[in-house]
Design a protein around this ligand. Sequence first.
Ligand SMILES: Cc1cc2nc3c(=O)[nH]c(=O)nc-3n(C[C@H](O)[C@H](O)[C@H](O)COP(=O)(O)OP(=O)(O)OC[C@H]3O[C@@H](n4cnc5c(N)ncnc54)[C@H](O)[C@@H]3O)c2cc1C
Length: 434
Amino acid sequence: MAEKYYKYVIVGGGVAGGYAAREFANLGLEPGELAIISKEAVAPYERPALSKAYLFPEGAARLPGFHVCVGSGGERLLPEWYTEKGIDLILDTEVVKADVASKTLTTTSGSVYKYGTAIVATGSTFIKLSDFGVPGADAHGIHYLREIKEADALIEAIKTKKEGVAVVVGGGYIGLELAAVLVLNKLKVTMVYPEPWCMPRLFTTDIASFYEGYYQAKGVTIVKGTVASGFETDEHGHVKVVKLKDGRELPADIVVVGVGARPVLAPFKGQLVEEKGGFKVDSFFKTNVPDVYAVGDVATFPLKLYGDIRRVEHVDHSRKSAIQAVQAIKAAEAGNTIPEYDYLPFFYSRSFDLSWQFYGDNVGDDVVFGRDNSTPKPKFGSYWIKDGKIVGAFLEGGSPEENKAIAKVAREQPAAPSKETLLAEGLDFALKNQ
Ligand SMILES: Cc1cc2nc3c(=O)[nH]c(=O)nc-3n(C[C@H](O)[C@H](O)[C@H](O)COP(=O)(O)OP(=O)(O)OC[C@H]3O[C@@H](n4cnc5c(N)ncnc54)[C@H](O)[C@@H]3O)c2cc1C
């Protein structure tokens, strides 16, 4: 099969892939210089929507077709946009082999592409219960969510099992967001997770107790401290019971599993230096191999603010890392340099009419302020204090200005006053710091 050459190839057409393409177009691109090779059958889109608006019962809120929401302000990059820019979108195509020595990529169909510069943007994939050998975990009706095809399958299941019973396995943000949309779709929902509270990687017990109470008030049953240890199926191989390790059994028409993700390194594995589960890059997202960059979920990068190197699986970083890599590539071509990546970790989630944002690092002591269950629209938050400085801040129900204020605190790391003062001032501490 004939080889095709592109000056730039982006491997993976997810969030980082889409943002990288847009940045190339912003900075100047000749037609035919850039290709995106993506396993998904649709052009890049904003992945977080898949566990939120895309699953709302009113279909109008769904992402229309394979339109792409890239960038702020609702800008939509349709496949036509790529055509206009002379970018080749090679969809429904998986890169199964990369050879960085010959700068060659081979796809499932055997097509071979050569590149001048490659950007690895292959993201993550979900961890399956069958990976842990849970019996029956391959039954029909057990869903995972990463890509649009899984979201579409879940929408179909919701339609078929109208007003049925759903079990959500996993208490992270995917589990919480999916439990909420299942309730909105009128299913009776039980959440199961082994930890003593939800979102344990970020939430403190105080923060989690608010969300657990809120979910319970919406009709969600929460079963903690145990795991799904098996599934029973009907005569058609469709799940009907979730067996728990503590002996309990939960009836289920639909099971949705969100037990974590792992980065997709396969086509480049063994050819790029790895660290902390991802491809090790510098502040410009360059790997150890010249002309190969890695961005988004697969990149382990220097987090300048903390003098550390980390891998981050959040959408804000996937967008910003893609932009940084493309700017670095274009600057290097022009003999210029750009400032180092200086990222402030940012993560958010939305469910029901709740919406929280977190900035910085959740290490050290925490001070939770403003917890008041009597207000209809809750607003509360938390600061994290390490070595006498505020290093992280969380806020539920914040306005754009308030969120900006907590972000500034996390970035600037002011000296923390006493816990009592911080507790009394709460959000005002961040607002007056503006
Ligand atoms: C349902 C869901 C909800 C989320 N919600 C939030 C949120 O609210 N807030 C937040 O901060 N983060 C959220 N995230 C995380 C965020 O979406 C990811 O961090 C982000 O998408 C990572 O971007 P990426 O480009 O690295 O990977 P992805 O967006 O996953 O894109 C990777 C792409 O590469 C393709 N690919 C993989 N391997 C190959 C191959 N070998 N050949 C060709 N193509 C390949 C994949 O098919 C995919 O299209 C959510 C994630 C999911 C799944």
